[in-house]
Write a protein that binds this ligand. Structure first.
Ligand code: HEC
Ligand code: HEC
Ligand code: HEC
Length: 115
């Protein structure tokens, strides 16, 4: 291969790779999110850790979209009942994992909600 063509190909590949990496990071959402928890206090949530472990985004995102503050917005519109995500996703899974003796997330109020 001609040396110039080789360099151009290499640079193009690098730029395309970087763009793909940036898009990927953007659509994954933040690594850590403070979920709106009303008067009980916000819920610090390790998003990336759950993505790594669970793989299927729809385990959670079938109930609310992949958007900033999706849960709070849906509650305000009346399309999501308060505590539904908490009880049917977060706590349900943590309790099930605890039962099997595997590593699990918190199950008590104050280990999730912080003021
Ligand atoms: C264990 C549950 C869970 C899983 C699995 C999950 N997410 Fe999320 N995701 C959340 C929660 C909770 C929020 C925050 C919603 C809110 O703040 O109201 C969120 C928010 C997001 C956001 C918006 C972030 C922001 O603030 O802009 C994106 C994008 C996102 N998720 C992408 C993904 C992708 C892609 C996957 C799969 C690889 C995934 N999520 C898997 C629970 C989950
Ligand atoms: C595994 C983490 C977790 C645990 C444990 C937990 N919560 Fe929550 N809670 C959340 C999340 C996330 C939300 C926001 C989503 C929702 O409303 O389903 C929430 C929402 C709430 C809300 C509704 C807030 C609002 O105004 O919309 C109340 C009230 C609440 N929790 C009380 C409690 C109490 C009381 C306990 C203990 C019995 C508890 N929570 C245990 C994560 C947790
Ligand atoms: C399908 C199962 C599943 C769902 C749904 C789920 N979790 Fe978890 N969560 C886990 C497991 C498993 C761990 C333990 C991870 C570990 O130890 O590596 C965990 C750990 C955690 C931790 C502790 C992290 C740490 O490093 O100490 C928090 C906080 C947490 N989850 C909050 C939440 C909240 C809030 C929700 C709901 C939006 C949620 N989880 C939904 C499975 C789940």
């Amino acid at each position: 291969m001609n040396r110039t063509i080789f360099v151009i190909t290499l640079v193009t590949a690098l730029v395309v790779g970087l763009c793909m990496a940036a898009t990927h990071a953007a659509t994954q959402g933040p690594d850590n999110i403070d979920i709106f928890g009303g008067q009980s206090g916000k819920v610090p949530f390790p998003h990336a850790q759950h993505q790594d472990r669970i793989k299927d985004c729809n385990v959670c995102h079938s109930v609310f979209p992949q958007e900033t503050e999706a849960i709070r917005k849906m509650k305000e519109k009346g399309t999501l009942k308060p505590k539904k995500v908490m009880n049917l996703q977060c706590i349900k899974c943590h309790k099930a994992e605890k039962k099997t003796g595997k590593p699990h997330g918190p199950v008590t109020c104050k280990s999730c909600h912080v003021k």
